[in-house]
Design a protein around this ligand. Structure first.
Ligand SMILES: Nc1ncnc2c1ncn2[C@@H]1O[C@H](COP(=O)(O)OP(=O)(O)OP(=O)(O)O)[C@@H](O)[C@H]1O
Ligand SMILES: [Mg+2]
Length: 347
């Protein structure tokens, strides 16, 4: 049987720590929480963490993805229906609100909730009561709502596509998840975590991740965020035969500000050229004693951040995506990863 990937929360960046502080703060408060963030940033895992750290943790965690269910069926999914309430309603069915009694109801993709259903959800939130479709009997529940979206709900409110009153009711405590490209310090920890998890699942022993691979991953923009990184590492683990992680194939990182062949006009141009030259001399090794960061007198993460900002990458100077780096490059031992993970776990 395919074992599931552990839903552990990994991260050590200041931004991630700030999110976890908010989770700890609001979990026991029992109020509604609205989680916003790009796709793959971890909205669902954060919702589960909120539930797990709340006084409802022994109760159910029920999810409803408002985008995955046809609009016509959503009301019945939320509140349930009586037998014969509509064509095809062959038996009485409980809705997710009732299933989540004494627990948490996670309303995913809340921006896709049809406008006509929004007043009903608002009432259920405010009064903690509702009726099944086709019934006049009022059902009372005790449910905490955590909602999530990757849409801009405030803008939807301005465009009258989302009700203001429901928005404020859900947005009692907002949590905004930063995209992965804004917390690159988390990437090494996530990579180690996923390599460990996928090797375990595939019965492989991979105990070395070349440092230049980590650097390359830190330079990518990650539009699909943590899910994209996870999928890439899964692919890399599948393709790895020995104990050293095979560098994953990655699309050319987006370069926000061109490449180093531009004429020198600005201070940024000069900086780009100097950094690129140093990288060429070190054969694109960023970290370590003889790497570019040390030669430029910068911490490794600072150099990577500068490279991202200036659009410097080895791939940006080449016409097509490549398999990055060689297997001989300086390795990041698994022990380093374990220590790093232990620090992250202390968050
Ligand atoms: N901090 C984290 N540590 C480890 N894994 C994480 C973390 N955050 C997210 N993940 C993993 O990344 C994947 C995407 O997370 P999740 O499904 O929660 O994202 P999402 O924001 O709900 O995405 P979508 O908007 O596409 O629904 C999951 O496999 C999840 O386990
Ligand atoms: Mg999700």
């Amino acid at each position: 049987m395919r074992s599931a990937i552990k839903r552990e929360l990994i991260g050590a960046s200041e931004k991630f720590k700030a999110v976890m502080e908010q989770v700890d703060l609001v979990a026991p408060a029992d109020c509604s929480v609205l989680i916003q963030g790009e796709t793959g940033t971890g909205k669902e895992v954060i919702a589960r963490a909120l539930h797990g750290r709340s006084r409802r943790s022994n109760g159910p965690f029920v999810t409803l993805n408002c985008a995955a269910i046809p609009a016509g069926l959503l009301e019945s999914e939320l509140f349930g229906h009586e037998r014969g309430a509509f064509t095809g309603a062959l038996s009485q069915t409980m809705g997710r609100f009732q299933l989540a009694h004494n627990g948490t109801l996670f309303l995913d993709e809340i921006g896709d909730l049809p406008v006509e259903l929004q007043p009903k959800l608002l009432r259920a939130l405010q009064e903690q009561e509702f009726e099944r479709l086709g019934s006049t009997q009022t059902i009372r529940v005790d449910v905490r709502i955590v909602a999530a979206t990757n849409q801009n709900l405030e803008q939807m409110v301005n465009e009258r596509r989302f009700r203001t009153d429901l928005y404020y009711r859900l947005n009692v405590f907002p949590i905004v998840l930063p995209p992965l490209r804004e917390r690159i310090e988390d990437i090494p920890f996530l990579v180690h975590h996923f390599v460990q998890e996928f090797s375990r699942r595939m019965n492989k022993t991979i105990d070395e991740i070349p440092e230049h691979v980590i650097d390359m991953l830190c330079l990518h923009d990650w539009p699909g965020n943590i899910r994209e990184l996870q999928n890439l590492i899964e692919r890399a683990v599948v393709m790895t035969e020995g104990r050293i992680l095979r560098p994953p194939m990655i699309e050319r990182p987006t370069s926000p500000s061109g490449n180093s062949s531009k004429p020198v006009r600005t201070l940024a141009d000069a900086e780009r050229i100097h950094i690129t030259e140093t990288l060429r001399k070190t054969n694109w090794v960023v970290g370590g004693r003889s790497g570019a960061a040390a030669q430029l007198g910068l911490p490794r993460t600072t150099l990577i951040a500068r490279m991202r900002k200036l659009g410097i990458s080895r791939e940006a100077l080449k016409p097509t995506p490549i398999w990055c780096g060689s297997r001989q490059a300086e390795g990041m031992r698994f022990e380093d990863g374990r220590r790093a993970l232990a620090r992250a776990a202390a968050v």
